[in-house]
Design a protein. Structure first.
Length: 140
């Protein structure tokens, strides 16, 4: 069986089709890749904020009444900053509260908020806030 060569007329009509298909496939691939990166960064920020709130509440409860290291608001904020690698510190807001005060039986509550700014603004369009709250009772 002999194969006939494709006519030049047919070849001329399909000249740019592979370039167009490649460009569309590349666009879809890059969209999925950057979307996955953005989602991964948001999940990392959420996990870091949740862990930081729990760890800071525990540390503040443990240091609640042991003088001379009674923790204040700045101590809790520094602890959260040290427990959250990879997050931008200027977007991290920590609010600890002690109810009624910093003594045995009081409840320490730590609220952390973090503003996530996506790299690809076309997907989300603006920033969104991730927050987490943890509380513990001072027992010592």
């Amino acid at each position: 069986m002999l194969l006939r060569p494709i006519s030049s007329k047919r070849r001329r009509g399909q000249k740019g089709s592979s370039l167009l298909e490649g460009a569309l496939a590349l666009l879809a691939f890059l969209t999925m890749t950057f979307g996955l990166i953005e989602a991964s960064m948001a999940i990392y920020a959420f996990n870091t904020v949740a862990y930081g709130a729990g760890a800071a509440a525990r540390a503040a409860a443990l240091h609640g009444t042991t003088a001379p290291t009674i923790w204040a608001t700045a101590d809790v904020q520094n602890y959260v900053n040290n427990q959250s690698p990879g997050l931008i510190r200027s977007r991290l807001r920590t609010t600890p509260t002690w109810t009624p005060n910093n003594t045995v039986g009081s409840v320490v509550k730590v609220n952390i908020q973090y503003d996530v700014v996506p790299l690809v603004h076309m997907v989300f369009g603006r920033t969104f806030t991730i927050s987490s709250t943890a509380q513990m009772t001072i027992t010592q």
